[in-house]
Design a protein around this ligand. Structure first.
Ligand SMILES: C[S@@+](CC[C@H](N)C(=O)[O-])C[C@H]1O[C@@H](n2cnc3c(N)ncnc32)[C@H](O)[C@@H]1O
Length: 226
């Protein structure tokens, strides 16, 4: 079994184990199929939480890394004074993002790179914030991605994570069940909880708040405390 063929498990020094179901090749293949229709199908329903996340960036945030930037659907939301670097595994999604940047003349978008969020090439503390919108439930290795975002964000900076995280009980559990087929379309791992991400070292959870679809989508705000 190669590392690409195996869904990873991370535990030990880097926090509790998080098992995921999607592998890197699955992600690239799945999003090659979704890229042509992604914005039409998944744009509006997930839009409110994207805007909430960008609005949650502290005033004066100068440079942001968006991991899993996809088609770049969130890029027009950033303030013009905030420089943004977007990365994603899927060349097909990135082609859309590059076209959007050109068509909308988004001068604050510094670069769009094909890159694995679990292996960022950026130096330590290169960004004031990192965003992961609807990504942590898709990446093959969420703990590693959190560790990489923590590494490239300066101490005191932010990591903002948007997504649907598993709830143990209550209305969110019912909504999650109802939307399970929708999540499956995107290969979502429905086992990750906010608590699992918050238990990883090097970050402090500042807030876990509803960000869309009646609280089904959450915004997790972390401060980097390395
Ligand atoms: C559900 S889409 C979200 C796209 C966008 N952030 C949004 O708000 O619509 C998930 C994205 O994560 C990307 N992705 C999945 N695993 C990745 C990884 N390991 N590194 C970088 N991007 C990844 C996929 O290619 C896809 O574009």
């Amino acid at each position: 079994m190669t590392s690409e063929e195996r869904a990873r498990t991370v535990d030990g020094d880097d926090g509790p184990a998080i098992r995921t179901v999607m592998r890197a090749k699955d992600v690239v293949d799945a999003y090659a199929r979704w890229a042509p229709v992604y914005d039409a199908v998944f744009g509006p329903i997930m839009e409110a939480a994207r805007k909430t996340a960008v609005a949650a960036l502290p005033a004066g945030t100068e440079r942001v890394l968006e991991v899993g930037v996809g088609t770049g659907i969130s890029l027009p939301d950033y303030p013009a004074a905030t420089r943004v670097v977007g990365i994603d595994l899927s060349p097909d999604m990135l082609e859309k993002a590059r076209r959007r940047v050109a068509e909308k003349r988004l001068a604050n978008v510094e670069a769009i790179h094909e890159m694995d969020a679990a292996r960022l090439v950026f130096p330590e503390s290169a960004f004031d914030a990192a965003m992961a919108m609807y990504v942590m439930t898709v990446v093959p290795d969420p703990a590693r991605v959190m560790a990489e975002m923590r590494r490239v964000v300066r101490p005191g900076g932010r990591i903002l994570v948007v997504g649907h995280f598993a709830a143990d009980a209550g209305p969110r559990r019912l909504v999650a069940r109802a939307l399970t087929p929708f999540g499956r379309l995107l290969g979502w791992n429905t086992t990750i909880t906010a608590a699992t991400l918050a238990a990883l070292p090097g970050t402090r959870l500042l807030a876990d708040r509803p960000a869309g679809l009646g609280g089904f989508y959450r915004l997790l705000e972390f401060e980097v405390v390395k």
